[in-house]
Design a binder for this molecule. Sequence first.
Ligand SMILES: [Zn+2]
Length: 77
Amino acid sequence: MDSIFCFADDKHIPMYRIVWISDVPHFCGHEDCSREGQYEIHLEQDESVWATREDRDEVLKSLEAWRGGLGKQEDWD
Ligand SMILES: [Zn+2]
């Protein structure tokens, strides 16, 4: 996979902008929360996108493929 983009929340997201990805679905207890059950993908500059579990898993897979595709493991040592 050559793309540096992954897809979630109807957006193409440059993978290098991702800081972290939530492992558990969002829960804050607010009755009017529209993010309940969604997974947060946190980006640089305090931005977030919200993904379904399926989208989140796809993003994780894309990230791993992206890292692996670079073949930079030796460079990190
Ligand atoms: Zn909430």
